[in-house]
Design a protein around this ligand. Structure first.
Ligand code: ATP
Ligand code: LTN
Length: 333
């Protein structure tokens, strides 16, 4: 009998284009996971609604995100790659878990504080309860591990707290998940300000590398990346955040260690190094972009994959939802 695989769950918001940060911090690490885990990946379109979306563009972006998942190597025949909003169990469990989450703990979430500053005209209740919907996503599938970038650490902690609180009252209903951070690229910093994370909502186009940027754009953006005025390629995040960030990126795409990179560029200037980083990233993105263009042209293939995987996600998540409803005492007839 084959041993049952542990379960992995992750996803991204369906907002805008993905950045190199999303790719190196999350997506790239997901691709091989199916060897060890049974994997579920959502297009988190309900989460995107916490910020105003233009409906036609939003719909397009959501399908594009799905295509990018597949282009990056997530095989929808092997992984369950589906849409969050197509599986009503997410919203249902989120409501139940809202009633097991405290205002105080949600107020401490740094993402809530950041986003309410950024969108001061629209500090909606969804922005506040965002982590509870995320907890519902994860707990519905009884996930053991959740691979994310380090910016999601706090959200994983609250997910664990909610699961443990619920289990304490009702017995072992939820698997308590562990976060998984990749070794490299867990926090890719902005090219314009290496003390800030690279974010797809950054207004400065030179701060981010988009997965859809063409070769020339990638190379140009790396050439312009902010670094210090010294000329030594050396890993020192505090003292040289710009160069250290570029080293992390270069290491992440080439597999080279910091020491190997330092010796490769010993005695060479920043110009050579930046060009090498740009070329390595462009080389990494080229095959992904080619697959992406092909997938976008085949709408029916993507839609078919979505439908099939939505069904699987519904089936798995409903098992947990039914159990939860029973435990809290909602009447079944
Ligand atoms: P925004 O910055 O607009 O809030 P985002 O780029 O963080 O959005 P998400 O959908 O929230 O996008 O994140 C998707 C995944 O990408 C998460 O696992 C997150 O941790 C990871 N991620 C995002 N930015 C980075 C980054 N700069 N470095 C590493 N991982 C990142
Ligand atoms: N909040 C996450 C996106 C997300 C997620 C999830 C990630 C929503 N639900 C469940 C992992 C598991 C983010 O990356 N900003």
């Amino acid at each position: 009998m084959s041993e049952e695989k542990k379960i992995l769950y992750s996803g991204m918001q369906a907002t805008g284009s993905l950045t190199l940060g999303n790719y190196l911090g999350a997506l790239k690490n997901w691709v091989k996971m199916h060897e060890e885990y049974e994997c579920f990946y959502g297009v988190m379109d309900l989460h995107s609604l916490t910020v105003r979306q233009e409906p036609a563009k939003f719909r397009q972006n959501a399908r594009k995100l799905y295509a990018l998942y597949v282009a990056a190597g997530l095989d929808p025949e092997v992984n369950c790659v589906y849409f969050q909003s197509h599986v009503s169990a997410h919203a249902e469990l989120a409501w139940i878990l809202d009633c097991f989450t405290y205002m105080g703990e949600l107020s401490r979430m740094t993402q809530f504080k950041d986003k309410s500053q950024k969108h001061a005209d629209n500090v909606n209740a969804g922005l506040f309860t965002y982590p509870v919907l995320m907890a519902a996503d994860i707990l519905l599938y009884q996930a053991h591990v959740v691979p994310v970038g380090v910016d999601q650490k706090q959200h994983l902690e609250i997910t664990r707290d909610i699961a443990e609180r619920f289990n304490k009252i009702y017995g072992d209903v939820f698997t308590v998940p562990e976060p998984y951070f990749g070794e490299n690229g867990a926090k890719v910093m902005s090219l314009a300000d290496p003390t800030k994370k690279m974010s797809k909502s950054d207004e400065n186009v030179n701060a981010t590398i988009l997965l859809t940027d063409d070769r020339d754009t990638v190379i140009r953006k790396f050439k312009r990346a902010v670094t210090d005025s010294d000329a030594e390629v050396r890993f020192a995040p505090e003292e040289k955040p710009g160069i250290s960030n570029l080293m992390e990126i270069y290491g992440s795409v080439t597999g080279k260690s910091h020491e190997e990179i330092e010796s490769e560029f010993a005695g060479k200037g920043y110009g050579d190094f930046k060009l090498a980083v740009g070329e390595a990233v462009a080389d990494e993105l080229a095959p992904l972009q080619e697959r992406y263009e092909k997938l976008l042209a085949d709408k029916s293939y993507i839609d078919d994959c979505i439908r099939r995987n939505d069904d699987k996600a519904r089936y798995v998540s409903n098992k947990t939802l039914r159990k939860v409803k029973k435990k809290v005492g909602l009447l079944e007839v």
